[in-house]
Design a protein around this ligand. Structure first.
Ligand SMILES: Cc1cc2nc3c(=O)[nH]c(=O)nc-3n(C[C@H](O)[C@H](O)[C@H](O)COP(=O)(O)OP(=O)(O)OC[C@H]3O[C@@H](n4cnc5c(N)ncnc54)[C@H](O)[C@@H]3O)c2cc1C
Length: 419
């Protein structure tokens, strides 16, 4: 096997999931993470369709299920607090929902004994040539790896270093989004409440303890602010929701005491290729579909599985493997990104008329003949990829049911890559 050492940047979802599979296939992955430890807490993320199959193949499905948030329905209320519509948990939380921090912990625990983790560090520079990639770390020191994978999220460092400025690939969907922990002052128990005014959505959800999450979305042209200046971001959010009723002032009053804070533009990443030479991208770094898609975690887990699997299938030949990875993932990524874009108008209706239509649709959903179709749409997107059983194929030397002659355990390349 060629290309055995792989440096992965990012220890959230895609990074550790990729390290899991690479280690299992005989590679030597190293994961570098900017944070000093696996990041705890965070918002709820969900799994749909094919990603559950991947968790099952990892032997981690039961562990993730044991940490499910078990969220129920979400109620939309008017500014007066009067309920107007209900969204089912299937649409809201997918087939399985966990807190991002719980998932990160499970993936880290499943890999930490066999994978080298470098916390509190980041890649400062990388230079690739025909046989490897020279990496310089921020905390000093240089090492050479056969391959480098960027699994470092929407604002990927590896993407910037290997593919160029983020602005070339980032597509702004026209919204900002903020999440932070607040007191569960409504006593919510596995439920969520949200209020809308045109172009703005605010709400809170809790899995039934003292803490709840406050979640905000608002439509806006691109705003200029310092990404390190939290106070400035908090002012932007408070200004955007000034005058909105219901519990919004109370939720905003929790900003200053919240132990955590997330604020960013809602964006997608669209790359013409997920790799350049010996460097490839996985998860949000390569194909962020935005939180509005509800598919980011599924994409990260599935992408990691496919990338490692294609390396196995190509016996470490990175050019063949990266091309096959691109080819297999692209349709799935496009379906998830479409769902992110289409979902925006339903979650953050832009006009009073559409808001009324949205509420009426949810209100009469139980009686609508096409209810099942709407309920199952996210599942259809979640299953919009065929997942080969790479390990089984590697053992018998077949791919897509076609035997491979002459090459022992080597696998047949899937369809020509879309480049
Ligand atoms: C508010 C919000 C709500 C969401 N809701 C959902 C949902 O309901 N369902 C769903 O499926 N998805 C949801 N998502 C999306 C989901 O969180 C992401 O798609 C998923 O976490 C992607 O995983 P990832 O590993 O690719 O990237 P990330 O989770 O973004 O992780 C990137 C990692 O790289 C690290 N890193 C960054 N820069 C560097 C660097 N320079 N050097 C080293 N390490 C670095 C970061 O610290 C982080 O650990 C939501 C996202 C947000 C922001």
């Amino acid at each position: 096997m060629t290309n055995t050492t792989v440096l992965i940047s990012g220890a959230s979802v895609a990074g550790p999931a990729l390290a899991f599979w690479l280690e299992r296939y005989g590679y030597r992955p190293t994961v570098v993470e900017r944070a000093p430890e696996p990041r705890p807490g965070g918002y709820a993320v969900d799994f749909r369709g094919a990603s559950l199959k991947v968790l099952d193949r990892m032997g981690l499905l039961a562990q993730v299920q044991a940490r499910t948030t078990g969220m129920g329905e979400m109620t939309y209320v008017k500014e007066s607090g009067k309920p107007v519509a209900v969204m089912t948990s299937k649409v809201l939380s997918g087939e399985l929902e966990v807190l991002r921090g719980d998932l990160v912990e499970i993936l880290y625990d499943a890999t930490r004994a066999k994978v080298e983790y470098l916390f509190d560090d980041s890649i400062a520079a990388l230079t690739q040539d025909g046989t490897g990639v020279d990496v310089t770390f921020e905390r000093g020191g240089s090492r050479r790896f056969d391959l480098v994978i960027g699994a470092d999220g929407l604002h990927s460092n590896v993407r910037r270093l290997a593919f160029g400025d983020e602005s070339k690939y980032l597509h702004d969907l026209g919204y900002y989004n903020s999440v932070f922990t607040v007191e569960n002052h409504l006593g919510l128990d596995h439920t969520a409440r949200f209020v809308n005014v045109p172009g703005k959505t605010a709400g809170t959800y809790s899995a039934g303890n003292n803490a709840a999450k406050a979640l905000f979305y608002f439509a806006s042209k691109p705003l200029t602010y310092d990404r390190n200046d939290i106070a400035a971001q908090q002012r932007l959010l408070s200004n955007a929701f000034a005058g909105v009723g219901w519990e919004v002032p109370r939720l905003l009053s929790g900003i200053e005491t919240s132990p955590d804070w997330y604020f960013d533009a809602v964006s997608q990443i669209k790359m013409p290729n997920y790799s350049v030479g010996r460097v490839a991208l996985a998860g949000d770094a390569g194909y962020c579909a935005s939180p509005l898609s509800g598919m980011g975690t599924s994409l990260a887990v599935v992408g990691a599985y496919v990338l490692a699997g294609e390396l196995l299938a190509a016996d470490g030949d990175h050019l063949r493997a990266f091309a096959a990875y691109d080819d297999r993932m692209r349709g799935f990524v496009e379906a998830c990104q479409k769902q992110g874009k289409d979902g925006a108008q339903w979650f953050v209706p832009g006009s009073k008329a559409f808001l009324m239509l949205r509420n009426l649709t949810f209100k009469f959903m139980p009686y609508l003949p096409w209810r099942k179709l709407i309920d199952e749409l996210p599942l259809k997107v979640g299953n919009a990829i065929d997942l080969p059983d790479y390990e089984a194929e590697a053992k018998v030397g077949v791919r897509d049911g076609v035997g491979v002659s002459g090459s022992g355990d080597r696998l047949r390349q899937p369809g020509a890559p879309r480049r």
